[in-house]
Design a binder for this molecule. Sequence first.
Ligand SMILES: NC(=O)c1ccc[n+]([C@@H]2O[C@H](COP(=O)([O-])OP(=O)(O)OC[C@H]3O[C@@H](n4cnc5c(N)ncnc54)[C@H](OP(=O)(O)O)[C@@H]3O)[C@@H](O)[C@H]2O)c1
Length: 340
Amino acid sequence: MKRIISSLLLLTLAFGSVACSNNSESESVNSELSQSTAVSSSSATSKTESSSDKSTESVPTPSETANIGEFDFERKTVMLNSGYEMPIMGLGTYSLSDEECYNSVTALLESGGRLIDTAYMYGNEAAVGRAIRDSDVPREDIFVITKIYPGEQFQNPEKAIQDALDKLDIGYIDMMLLHHPGENDVKAYLAMEKFVADGKIHSLGLSNFYIEELEEFLPQVNITPALVQNEIHPYYQEQAVVPYIQNLGIVVQGWYPFGGRGHTSELLGDETLNEIANAHKVTAAQVILRWNLQRGVVVIPGSSNPDHIRENLDIFGFELSDSEMEKIAELNRDEKHDWY
Ligand SMILES: NC(=O)c1ccc[n+]([C@@H]2O[C@H](COP(=O)([O-])OP(=O)(O)OC[C@H]3O[C@@H](n4cnc5c(N)ncnc54)[C@H](OP(=O)(O)O)[C@@H]3O)[C@@H](O)[C@H]2O)c1
């Protein structure tokens, strides 16, 4: 059934265009992307009517015509091809210790953020789960992404997935990604598909997959990934890869938005970014995040500082002009900061 829905959605995607509504305006993020079936949702992370879950039907919905891949700047969400709605601005937890992670997730949730990215390799899935269970925010309003890793985890994917469910202990996982391509990646993905069928995972995705890897991988699986998470920042923009992925009806999410630790001072001190920031009375960090959103890229900046977490969420009160977007596009150096 899921496969049929996925195929139908992809088919529909081939014949339309997705628009990105930015505040009151509508702007086209990716005109080749297509319009899909009208969907409705009740919460930031709810499923649409395309699923068998009809519990949301009677709830009034602010967005009756949300399209796959469309960024809704009022709801601060995007509709995924899995039928779930995902926040477009969140928190990354790479390198955060257990306590830092708990405090950061708590600060995010208290400040209105609802999207959290973790991974087996970060060693902090349990802290993410604890912070979520301790918060007053309803579980269904929160969207948690975690990842399994090549090697032992791809070799025994059912165990790896169950471990993540147990560590998080939040009932279900909103999205699970393969951390990067590797031996047994198809096997691991097919195992994740089974957990989707059981309702234990809602959406699937990939990380560190580029055009060649996607061309090889996608024909071997049943559920089209809802998301690809890759390194993206002003010095490494993936100008060809981002539209390629978006044209498949797959949402793109960027890691290392500030270049990653060891590179943040150069990026946040960049002259062009600071000129643009000054013009809008915001920070260079906010300009980078907003630039991502305006090209249809979801952001998950990492931080253990509650002030930074609040600042990073505050990116909906200004808009970059076309010429500012072009100036940032010119900063691209194809300079990758990690090996994946
Ligand atoms: N799939 C993958 O292969 C992969 C790889 C790497 C990362 N990721 C994900 O992507 C997320 C983001 O990457 P990242 O955390 O490594 O790097 P990042 O977001 O590029 O940078 C994080 C650094 O930026 C600083 N920072 C955050 N907000 C700031 C602000 N408003 N002003 C000034 N400094 C600020 C943080 O310091 P403070 O703590 O002081 O705020 C931290 O040192 C990760 O946390 C992880 O979830 C995925």
